[in-house]
Design a protein around this ligand. Sequence first.
Ligand code: GMT
Length: 375
Amino acid sequence: MDPLRIGIVCYPTVGGSGVVATEIAIQLARAGHEVHLLSYDRPARLKHSVPGVHYHGVQVSAYPLFRYPPYDLALATRMLEVQEEAGVDLFHVHYAIPHAISAFLADAMGNRPLRWITTLHGTDITVVGADRAYTRPTRFAIERSHAVTAVSSFLAEETRRTFGCAAEIDVIPNFVDTERFQPGQEGRFWARPSRERRIVHASNLRPVKRAADVVRAFAQIAARVPARLTLLGDGPDREHALAVAADLGVLDRVEAAGVREETELARAFADADLFLSASETESFGLSMLEAMSCGVPCVSTDVGGVSEVFGDTGRLVPFGDVDAMAAAALELLEDADLHRVQSEAVRERAVSEFAQGKVLGRYEALYRRVLEATD
Ligand code: GMT
């Protein structure tokens, strides 16, 4: 089949949607397609140049009159330029706001039709999209997209419920590179002389992630078994989480490891014993999938699409119930046999359901479907 010229638009920050978009870009380029990636900064996972992926930065001028620089306009212009210069066949925009609206505008401004697919990731629907100021443009942009995908059935349903959208939404789950995210060689806590349990949490530490609840659950765990918590990633709630750790007397066992590249992330997960997530909402939970791929069992709040990722592995607890989270974690951390079974089960689920090779073909098939339908 002919190679395609695909434009990918995403946020560059260390967040799941940027990671997914960049991984799609890299894999498409490896498969021989020409990829143009647009963002306001170089995405974290595109630190080094990748043959076949062309990065286009979007510049927003800081004119004194603009209290809020209009990024959506600058992006629309850049999309149009990239379409004209590189002959992009199709744009794939990640996160509805404002990317899908910029695509609509670029299409309206250009001389030839611009086609785009919108992938919904999470708070573009559950939080931002539900804000009255953004509801109508989000609904409009979704309905005008040439195809719409969501990363979980939960998110697709939530989109229909919040916006009353009639648009068809394909559910294409997130994926993981199961070669890069592999179990380590060291063994888990039962193989360590210290028996110390290594607990991890990875996120952008925004309030929605409830990092302080992770610390609270950890304090209960650490009161029962030797344990250490590593917070991977960075964000606004970092200091609060550490203050809670200090209040609970476990600060010496909590490490805030900052933003991690995926190689470091894979290394940190490789020999970890448990991933804790206390999110208020989570449409998918990509970091948990990456941990699962490394054989790390997860305990999470039962929110959003997490149950779709877990299947019958892991443990789900009610949102806000720190005691239940600690109890579920201890069940796994005090029983080496149960932990071994769970560790194998999560790895097996990541490989059988979410391996990158299985999922990516669905995007390529969708691109071709949209192009054929609109030719
Ligand atoms: O929606 C967000 O909060 C940001 C977004 C991101 O860019 O990281 O995260 C969402 O997309 C990820 C990738 O699809 C999902 O793994 C996360 O669950 C989802 N976050 C939320 O729903 C809170």
